[in-house]
Design a protein around this ligand. Structure first.
Ligand code: SF4
Length: 365
């Protein structure tokens, strides 16, 4: 069995650590790019959302590089994500690829027995003992948590750095170093070292950078290619950003969902505007906006793929939050046709607006 995965932000680093630790054979497809998008768009239904197309592009690259199994997480609805695996399996078959799919659907949808059966299918390819396998999973989760922590530090400190660009450079060298290390324990040590290095980046906390919450559809906020590297753009503009939806958050949310204790803070915050689950992470998006206003952030940017049903609903609710909670929000819709220049101009105009709004509040107008 030679496994490949679709990309989702930095998840490939934690997955690599997991597979190296389990001794599994795997192919990490090239990071998302125009090529992956072109390939995925060519073979996907035109009106399907962007994550679907990029995932298909990743599968094709993975299989072309020798993978025979695709490992992915699924959901059984209610938005289009519930249909992803079925459709993608069909597309890969039609393209003539002989590839097996292992879909990790939520336990509430397929039951504990079926979930364990699928986990065993992956685990059986490893010669490690059951105890070592558990150790590998914990090691990978530690890596995922560390990467998320490092990334959050880089995004938060960007507005305060005394030598601008240092956090961005450090983040990029961290990812490269971890990816080129095939010893899983050493890779986690590298992450620990970088986490400590981030604490020593020279910063001037008397600065007053703009603070923005990045929220929206989970794939497009986590996967940098799909959001045209918005967090990098904001770092270059010396803006401090924060994002609650991360791979670590997702894992915890999935686990706690089984006992209905997931994302209490976000869901509670969303109750006033959207008390019902409508699919995707629409409730989380609304909750994030409410919390961003409570934390007196300067604004929020919502990102979602063209045609994303849950986020279209959140978009229609966000103006009420802007009005009631005084939080300016910019909504950005992305698809394969999104032009970089127009996208950047909209972000710059939004930042100008936030700066002017701040001056206005300051002089009491
Ligand atoms: S949340 Fe939106 S983008 Fe994601 S699968 Fe559902 S409809 Fe598509």
């Amino acid at each position: 069995m030679r496994i490949t995965i679709p990309h989702l932000g930095n998840v490939y680093l934690a997955v690599k650590i997991l597979f190296d630790s389990l001794g599994l054979d795997y192919v990490i497809p090239p990071l998302n790019s125009r090529d992956a998008l072109y390939l995925g768009s060519k073979y996907s239904p035109e009106e399907i959302c962007l994550p679907f197309k990029l995932m298909v592009g990743n599968y094709i690259a993975g299989v072309e590089n020798g993978a025979d199994t695709v490992l992915l997480v699924g959901s059984c609805g209610p938005c289009r994500f519930g249909e992803y695996p079925e459709l993608q399996i069909r597309i890969m078959k039609q393209l003539g690829y002989n590839v097996d799919f292992i879909v990790m659907d939520p336990v509430q949808s397929i039951g504990l027995n079926e979930l364990f059966k699928r986990i065993r299918k992956v685990g059986s390819a490893s010669k490690k003992s059951a105890l070592s396998k558990i150790g590998s999973v914990l090691l990978a989760f530690t890596a995922m948590r560390l990467i998320d922590e490092i990334e959050a530090s880089a995004h938060a400190i960007a507005g305060y750095e005394t030598s601008p660009g240092e956090a961005k450079k450090l983040l990029s060298s961290c990812k490269k170093e971890v990816f080129s290390c095939s010893d899983p324990v050493k890779a986690v040590n590298i992450l620990n070292r970088y986490r400590d290095r981030f604490k020593t980046i020279p910063a001037d906390y008397s600065k007053k950078p703009l603070k923005i919450a990045v929220m929206g559809e989970i794939y497009t906020v986590i996967e940098p290619f799909s959001n045209l590297y918005i967090e990098d753009i904001l770092m270059d503009m010396r803006v401090s950003t924060s994002r609650r939806l991360t791979p670590t958050w997702w894992v915890k949310d999935m686990l706690l969902k089984t006992i209905r204790l997931n994302s209490r803070e976000l869901l509670k915050a969303s109750n006033e505007f959207l008390p019902l689950y409508i699919g995707g992470h629409a409730r989380e998006c609304i909750g994030e906006a409410v919390l961003a206003a409570k934390q007196q952030m300067d604004g929020a940017i919502q990102i979602f793929p063209m045609g994303c049903m849950p986020e279209i609903v959140s978009k229609s609710i966000l103006p009420s939050i802007t009005q009631k909670k005084k939080l300016p929000v910019l909504s950005l819709v992305v698809d394969e046709m999104t032009g970089e220049a127009g996208y950047r101009t909209r972000i710059e105009a939004f930042l100008d607006l936030l700066e002017r709004r701040r001056e206005h509040v300051f002089i009491g107008c």
